[in-house]
Write a protein that binds this ligand. Structure first.
Ligand code: GCW
Length: 854
C-alpha cells in the first residue's frame, strides 16, 4: 500500500495508457516554486452541478492539485461574484463564471469587460488572482481549460486575454455504427477500437467514455458531437434509442458539448412505416416535425442534424427528383422552433455510372459544385453545407474544394478527417495540421478579393452568421482513443484550429507535446521533428504531384495499389497508361473542373506552367517524361520521392529511441512499435508504387534503384520445403512479383539459402512477410543453428489499421533483426508455421550491411 502511495505521489515513472490524452495534469518540474503565483481558492459563480461552470471549478481544483500539488479551497455554493478575482479567503482566488453572473454582482465591472461572442472567454491572471469569465457557461469552462493548459506548460505569469472562437460550428463527427459487423465493424474507418457509444444496436449502458471524450473535446473548444455514422441506421430514432441518445447528451452536458444526430433520409419509410420519404410530401414533413419534437423533448439542447443524402447508396431527395435544398430544408424547418441547425453534406456523387473509358470529361471532382449549382439562395438560414476539404475524398493532397467559393449566401463548414482513412490509419504517423493549414489559408480570390477558406467558414468574407468546422474523429474504446498516442496531436490540432485557424502547426504541436508527454527539450524536439516531417514523407511515399493516395480504394484504403484507382466508377482516377498520367481537368481540353474556381484561380490551374508541381497530376494529363518546375521528369520525381519519403520514415524509430527513459515505458514502447512498423511499410509503399510505374512506363530509374535490390534474397528463390511460390496480386506488392506460402494450412514450411556471397560480419536482417487477418502464423529465423528471432502474424490485433484477408500491399510487413552476426557460407533458414487460413506468407529477406536499408 505504502509503495503504491509513493508511486502515485511521484507520478513520474507511472505507466500511462493515454486515456487522459493531454489532460493529464502531471506534476511539472519545480512545481512548488509556483505556489505563490497560484490562487488559493476557487470560486464558481452560480454553478449548478452537471453544467460547465461547475465542471470548470472541478477541473481547476483537480488540475492545480495535479500540476503543482497545491490543494485549493473550492467554493461552489457562491451565488454572487466578488471583486475582481479577490475572494474572502484572505489571499488569492480564481473566480469562474459567466459574464452575466459576474456583472450581476459587480455592475460597475461591466464597462471594463471586453466584447465576447458565443462561447468566448475573458481570462485575467494577476499575482495569483484569476478571473475567468465566459460569454456563456461553456465559455467559462473553455477559459478554465485555457488557464490550466498554460499552467501545465509551466506558464503562471500575469496576463489578460480575450479569446473568441473564429466560428460557431466546431463539431465532431463520429462514424459509429449502432451494430458491430458489416463491412466496417463498430466504427466505420475507425482504428481505435469499438464504438464508445453504441453496442448491439443500442446505446451502451456505460457511457463513462462518452463523458471523458467530451472533456477532451471541451478542452480544445469543440462544442458538438454527432455520435452516429452518416451512413445512418434509421433505428437511431426508435423511442428506445432516442432515450439512449438522451443519455449520451447527459454525459456530454457537464462539458458544454452538445449532441447532434445523423439521419437516414428514408427514415419516414423505413422506420416510420410511411410509403414515401419524399421531402415535399405532407406526411413526411409531419413525420420529421414530430420526430424532431420527440427528440427535443428528451434533449432540449440538441445541436441539430447531420445528413448524408444521395451519396454512395444513401437515400436522398433526388430519389424523388427533389433538389438537395428541398432535402436540407425539410430538416431545417423541423429544427427551427428548437434553434437547431442542419449540417447537410456536400459529399454527393454517383459512384455507379462514371466511366473513364467512355467519357474523357467525366469527373467525380465536379460533382459537388454541379449538384449544388443554382441552390445558393434556396437554403433556410439554419442550413450549413458541410464540404470535405477537397473535391474527392480526404486524399494526401487535394486542392481546396471549389464549392467553398460558390456558396455565397449559404453557410459552409469544412469537413476535415482526424481519423487517417487514406493517411496511414494511425499505423503511420502523419501530423495533419500542416495539410489543413494549406487548405484553410488557400485564397479563392472571389471577385478578385482576398477570400481565404478560413474567412469563408467564419462568415466574415460573405457576411454570414453560421459556419465552421466538422472533424471526422472516430475514436474508439482503445485507451489511446485513436489507436496511437501520437495521432492524438491531430485531434488536438483540429480543435484548436477550429477555434483559431491562425494558430501555427508547430505551436499547436508544442502545446500538445508538453501536456501529453513532458516539457523536456529533447522530447519536444524529437516529437516536433517527427511530426512535422511526417505528412511530407507520407505524401512522398504514397502519392506525389497531386495523383492522390495511391492506395487500394476498393478494399481497406490502406496499402499501396495504384491500379485500383482506375477502371471503376468510383472516379478516383489517375488515367495512367504506358506513356502518360494524370487527370486533365482543364476547361479547354479536360473535365472542366478547373473552371469551377473563381477566374484568377481557374486561370492558374488551367495552365501547366502556372499549376504548382504538387497538384500537376490533379489538373493535367502529361507524359511521364514531362519536365517539372523542379527540372525533374514526372517519373523520376516519382522514383526519387518514394525513396526520399521512405528514407525519412527510417529515421523515425531511431529518433524516437533517443527518448527512452524520458517518457514512460508504456507509451514509449507503444509508439516505437508503430514507428518501426511504419518504417517497414513505407518501403512496401516505395517499392510497390515504383515497380508499378516502372512496369507501366518502361522508363528506368536514373539512379538504378528501382527493381534492383542487391541485398535481397527472394523467398521464391530459396530452397523450399513445405512452401511453394505464390503469384501476388497486385503484382507490385511483392518483391520480384512473387511470394511463398505454405503448401497447406497445417504443415510447417521451410525456406533456406546458403549465404555464399555474404562476407562474415554484422548485419541487419530484414524479413518481409504478409500478415493477413485470417490467423496468427509464426515465423522463425535461423542463421546456422542459432535462432535469431521468432515473430507472429498478429498485427491485426496490435495495429488498428483495417484488417485484410489478402496477400497484398495492405498486409505486407517487415521485421528487422539488428546486429546479427553472420558467417560466410552459413545457412539462413525461415520456418513458417501457418495458422488458421494464414499460410505464413514470405516475400524476401534483406541482409543489410550497417547503414543500408533496402
Ligand atoms: O471516405 C469515404 C469513406 C466512407 C465514408 C464516406 C463518407 C461514411 O470511405 O467510409 O462513409 O467517405 O464520407 O460519407
Amino acid at each position: 500500500m505504502r509503495s503504491l502511495l509513493v508511486l502515485a505521489t511521484i507520478g513520474l515513472a507511472a505507466a500511462e495508457d493515454g486515456l487522459s490524452g493531454w489532460l493529464r495534469y502531471a506534476r511539472i518540474k519545480g512545481a512548488h516554486g509556483y505556489h505563490n503565483k497560484l490562487p488559493s481558492a476557487i470560486v464558481t459563480l452560480n454553478a449548478t452541478e452537471g453544467l460547465p461552470v461547475y465542471t470548470a471549478g472541478q477541473e481547476l481544483h483537480q488540475g492545480i492539485e495535479g500540476i503543482f500539488g497545491k490543494k485549493l479551497e473550492l467554493d461552489t455554493g457562491r451565488k454572487k461574484g466578488k471583486g475582481k478575482g479577490k475572494g474572502q479567503h484572505g489571499d488569492t482566488t480564481a473566480t469562474v463564471g459567466t459574464v452575466a453572473a459576474y456583472v450581476d454582482s459587480n455592475p460597475s465591472a461591466a464597462s471594463d469587460l471586453p466584447e465576447l461572442v458565443d462561447d468566448g472567454f475573458y481570462l485575467s491572471v494577476s499575482r495569483g488572482n484569476v478571473l475567468i469569465l465566459g460569454q456563456n457557461e461553456r465559455g467559462a469552462l473553455y477559459g478554465a481549460f485555457h488557464y490550466l493548459s498554460l499552467l501545465a506548460q509551466g506558464n503562471a505569469s500575469d496576463f489578460t486575454l480575450t479569446s473568441n472562437p473564429d466560428a460557431p460550428i466546431r463539431w465532431v463527427n463520429q462514424w459509429d455504427n449502432m451494430q458491430d459487423g458489416g463491412t466496417h465493424g463498430s466504427v466505420e474507418r475507425g482504428y481505435g477500437g469499438d464504438s464508445i457509444f453504441f453496442w448491439d444496436g443500442k446505446v451502451r449502458d456505460d457511457l463513462s467514455r462518452a463523458g471523458q471524450y467530451a472533456r477532451l473535446l471541451a478542452s480544445i473548444g469543440l462544442n458538438a458531437v454527432v455520435a452516429n455514422n452518416v451512413n445512418a441506421d434509421p433505428k437511431i430514432l426508435s423511442p428506445e434509442n432516442m432515450d439512449g441518445l438522451a443519455r449520451i447528451a447527459a454525459a456530454f452536458r457537464p462539458y458544454g458539448v452538445q449532441l447532434g444526430v445523423a439521419l437516414n433520409f428514408a427514415s419516414p419509410r423505413d422506420l416510420g412505416g410511411l410509403d414515401t420519404f419524399d421531402p415535399l410530401d405532407e406526411s413526411v414533413i409531419e413525420w420529421w416535425h414530430d420526430t424532431t419534437d420527440e427528440l427535443y423533448k428528451r434533449i432540449p439542447d440538441l445541436a441539430g442534424y447531420l445528413v448524408k443524402a444521395n451519396s454512395e447508396g444513401q437515400p436522398g431527395p433526388m430519389t424523388y427528383n427533389r433538389t438537395l435544398a428541398d432535402g436540407a430544408n425539410l430538416f431545417a424547418r423541423a429544427l427551427q422552433p428548437h434553434g437547431g441547425v442542419v449540417l447537410f453534406r456536400a459529399f454527393v456523387y454517383d459512384h455507379t455510372s462514371l466511366d473513364e473509358d467512355k467519357d474523357w470529361k467525366a469527373d467525380r471532382a465536379n460533382a459537388a459544385v454541379d449538384y449544388f449549382d443554382g441552390l445558393d439562395d434556396k437554403f433556410e438560414d439554419n442550413v450549413v453545407v458541410q464540404i470535405k476539404y477537397g473535391p474527392i475524398d480526404f486524399q494526401v493532397r487535394e486542392p481546396a474544394s471549389p464549392l467553398f467559393s460558390r456558396l455565397i449566401k449559404t453557410a459552409a463548414a469544412i469537413e476535415l478527417q482526424v481519423t487517417q482513412e487514406y493517411l496511414g490509419q494511425q499505423a503511420h504517423l502523419v501530423y495533419l495540421a500542416p495539410m489543413w493549414k494549406e487548405i484553410l489559408d488557400f485564397d479563392f480570390r472571389v471577385d478578385g478579393k482576398p477570400s481565404r477558406t478560413a474567412d469563408i467558414l467564419n462568415g466574415k468574407r460573405f457576411n454570414r452568421k453560421l459556419g465552421g468546422y466538422a472533424g471526422v474523429v472516430n475514436v474508439g474504446t482503445n485507451t489511446t482513443w485513436l489507436g496511437s498516442h501520437l495521432a492524438m496531436s491531430n485531434l488536438y490540432a483540429y480543435g484548436r484550429l477550429a477555434w483559431d485557424p491562425s494558430s501555427t502547426s508547430e505551436g499547436l504541436l508544442a502545446e500538445w507535446i508538453k501536456m501529453t508527454f513532458s516539457d523536456d527539450k529533447r522530447v519536444l524536439d524529437v516529437i516536433t521533428k517527427l511530426s512535422m516531417e511526417s505528412w511530407p514523407a507520407y505524401e512522398n511515399y504514397s502519392g506525389n504531384l497531386g495523383i492522390q493516395t495511391l492506395t487500394d480504394i476498393l478494399l481497406g484504403h490502406y496499402g499501396p495499389n495504384p491500379a485500383s484507382q482506375d477502371g471503376n466508377p468510383w472516379g478516383q482516377w489517375t488515367r495512367a497508361d504506358a506513356d502518360s498520367i494524370g487527370m486533365d481537368r482543364t476547361v479547354w481540353n479536360g473535365t472542366g473542373f478547373a473552371g469551377q474556381y473563381p477566374p484568377e484561380v481557374a486561370a492558374r490551374y488551367e495552365k501547366i506552367e502556372t499549376t504548382p508541381d504538387n497538384l500537376l497530376l490533379w489538373f493535367h494529363h502529361v507524359p511521364y517524361t514531362h519536365v517539372l518546375k523542379s527540372g525533374k521528369t514526372v517519373i523520376q520525381h516519382f522514383y526519387d520521392a518514394h525513396y526520399e519519403g521512405s528514407a525519412v520514415a527510417q529515421t523515425f524509430p531511431r529518433l524516437w529511441k533517443t527518448l527512452r527513459g524520458r517518457i514512460d515505458d508504456e507509451r514509449f514502447e507503444h509508439v516505437l512499435f508503430r514507428l518501426e512498423y511504419q518504417a517497414g511499410h513505407s518501403l512496401v509503399w516505395r517499392d510497390s508504387v515504383n515497380q508499378f510505374y516502372f512496369n507501366k512506363s518502361g522508363i528506368a530509374d536514373e539512379k538504378g534503384r528501382v527493381g534492383n535490390h542487391p541485398y535481397r534474397i527472394e523467398a521464391e528463390d530459396m530452397k523450399l520445403s513445405g512452401y511453394e511460390p505464390y503469384d501476388v496480386h497486385p503484382f507490385e506488392a511483392a518483391s520480384g512479383f512473387r511470394a511463398i506460402v505454405t503448401s497447406d494450412n497445417s504443415t510447417q514450411g521451410t525456406a533456406s539459402v546458403k549465404l555464399h556471397d555474404v562476407k562474415t560480419g554484422k548485419y541487419d536482417v530484414a524479413v518481409n512477410y504478409y500478415d493477413m487477418a485470417l490467423g496468427n502464423s509464426t515465423w522463425e529465423l535461423y542463421i546456422g543453428c542459432d535462432r535469431v528471432g521468432k515473430w507472429k502474424g498478429d498485427l491485426e490485433y496490435n495495429l488498428g489499421r483495417a484488417p485484410s484477408p489478402y496477400v497484398d500491399g495492405q498486409t505486407a510487413s517487415r521485421v528487422t533483426f539488428r546486429g546479427v552476426h553472420i558467417k560466410k557460407g552459413s545457412t539462413l533458414k525461415i520456418v513458417g508455421t501457418p495458422d488458421g487460413l494464414e499460410p505464413a506468407p514470405l516475400d524476401y529477406v534483406s541482409i543489410l550491411p550497417e547503414g543500408i536499408v533496402d
